[in-house]
Structure formats: structure tokens, C-alpha cells
Write a protein that binds this ligand. Sequence first.
Ligand SMILES: Cc1cc2nc3c(=O)[nH]c(=O)nc-3n(C[C@H](O)[C@H](O)[C@H](O)COP(=O)(O)O)c2cc1C
Length: 355
Amino acid sequence: MRTDLQKELGLPTPIVQAPMAGGATPPGFILACMRLGLLGSLGAAYLSPDVLKAQVEEIAAASAAPLNINLFLPCGRPPAPGVVEGMLDHLAPLHVAAGLPAPALPDPAEQDFAAQLTMLRRLRPRVASFVFGCPDAGMVAALKADGILVIGAATRLDEARLVAASGVDAIVAQGGEAGAHRATFIGGFEEGLVPLRSLLPQMVAALDIPVIAAGGLMTGEDIRAALEAGAALAQVGTALLRADECGIPQAHKDALGRAAGEGAETMLIRHWSGRAARGLANGFTRGLDAAGIAIPPFPLQNAMTQALRGHGRKTGDADLLALWCGTGYSGARAAPLADIVSRLVAEAGFPSQNH
Ligand SMILES: Cc1cc2nc3c(=O)[nH]c(=O)nc-3n(C[C@H](O)[C@H](O)[C@H](O)COP(=O)(O)O)c2cc1C
């Protein structure tokens, strides 16, 4: 079972290591995924052009395998009056408790997308992928002219048709099960929670470009079923989160294990970034719910909660971490990456890799 996109990219295995911005995908993790035959993906949304360059050069120095660089398309909108100030008031006592300076809205609140894109084009990865909107057709054409394979993302069929019309080479079908930020850009986030088993066949039937399945693929059987339903590749995020090599904090990995034992369910969380993302509730999200105040939109809230999340990472406090994960998180194994991937490959019945 070798798909055309797999052949085009020269991938030993039809699995994409999901891009996961925010520190989950350090170069060592991506290289380990590449060695195991996956398409390695750098979640570069929060990286400055210089750090992006350094990380890509580190990866390229160690592997000639194809690399996917992933960016967020700009999607910010202005906050309602008073919302930022209200959030700073809410965050102030949390900063005092953590021994942090008073909260502030960093300026700028996000990386400069144009500068990231310029660097991406200089670095010329084999693949570039974009989420949070419909890529601009001119940008897609320019990247393709550079020899870069371009991937978009959608959570519903109307989004998928628009993204396909931009000229992308392939598209991620992000099922409602998927961990972290939703790619939704039409309608409300709740309306974009189509399960992968419905979304994938819809997109495969309606589009004439390869569709990459994402969301809730936790076992090799899940991956195989997605390919049999017409997916060109299977993208896995949550299944790799508790791997030793994954860059999320140990407290995040441990929290997933504890929550699985308690049978906790994931939910859509806007609290950390201002944009709906799937993960687990914790002390921070419950405190904000209790306060009942409005949350500033992405990327403002993301920028304002950065210091607290950094503190959570440093101190191992899971109440101060964005506990992103997909609905299948209880199936995420705490193990070396090679063990996790070789089990997925064996369960799927793919030929094993000996790198
Ligand atoms: C911690 C985490 C961070 C993520 N960050 C990104 C990202 O930066 N860009 C992106 O396109 N998708 C991101 N995703 C979504 C994945 O690309 C993918 O859609 C999802 O992980 C698939 O569902 P699963 O988590 O159930 O495997 C992230 C997922 C997780 C779990």
C-alpha cells in the first residue's frame, strides 16, 4: 500500500509526524521521526526567522529526508474594548503567585508572517504547510515555482473546496478529534468538529488533490483504515506526544497519563490562546471560567499567557500549561519514539524500517 504522495515525497512510511508548534517538535524529535520513515514536520509558527533557519539547518545537516515547515496564516482580529485590560487584571494575581513581573501584552504579539515566509522560501524545504485560513493563491504559486510542495488544511468541506482552489498540492482533513488548535476558518469552531470518519470520505470524493487524514489516529489499525478510506497519508500528533523525544514538558506528558487514569475528556479550550484548541482543562482554565470574563482573540491571549506557560514549563506545574491533546490521548504511550512508531507500523501492516 504505497500512495502516490508517499512515492512523490520518497517516504518509506505513509505517516506524517504532525507539526506541533510551541516546543513539541525540537530538531532531535523531527530527526528521530525521519529516521523511522515518517515525514518530519517543524511546527514553526512561533519561531523567529533566525531560529527557524537554525533549526532547519540543524535538521538538514543530519538528514536528507524531506522536511515540512508549518506556519500559521495571520488570523488576528481586534479585541473588543476593555477585554485586554480585563484579562491583565485576571492574570495579575497569578503572576504575583508565580513571582513573575506584572502581566503585559507583548508588542508585537506574534511573529511577522511575511518575514517567516521569506525565510521559509530561502530555506526551500521539500514541503510547506499552512493552517488557520485559505492560503493566498499567489503565495501558493510562488512556493510551487520554488519546487516546494504546498499543503493546506480544512475542518469542513466548504473550507476544503476553498483551500483546494488556492492551488495547493494536498490538503489535511483535520477531524474534530485532533489535538490542539482547530484549523477552522469558516463559521464557529463547534460547527467545524466533523469526525474524521465523515470528513475524510467527503473530502476524498469532492477534491482532486491528495487528502491527508488527521485526528484521532492512535493505532496502526486507525492509520490503515484512513488510507483504505482514500487518504494519501496519515498525520499523527497525539500518539507521539508522550514519546521520550517529544519536546512538551514532562509535566504535560504526566498530566496526560493521570487524566487517562481518571477518564477525563478533552474539550475545546480558548483560555490559553484566544483560539479554540483541543486539550484538557486544568487549574488555569477553571479559574478563568469561574471569573467569567471575556478572552481576547488569538494571538493576543496567546502572547499574554506566554509568561505563565513558561513558568509552568520551568516548575513542572501542569495547572500552568496548555495541556493540548486529541480525543484519543489515553492511547498515547509513554515510550521511546522508535517503540511507538514501530508498533504503529506493525499494526498497520507496513513494511518495517531499519534505519
Ligand atoms: C501539541 C500539538 C500542537 C499542534 N500544533 C500544530 C501546529 O503548529 N500546526 C498544525 O498545522 N497543526 C498542529 N497540531 C495539529 C496536528 O497537526 C494534527 O492535526 C493533530 O495532531 C492530529 O490529531 P491527533 O492529535 O489526534 O493525532 C498540533 C497538535 C498537537 C497535539
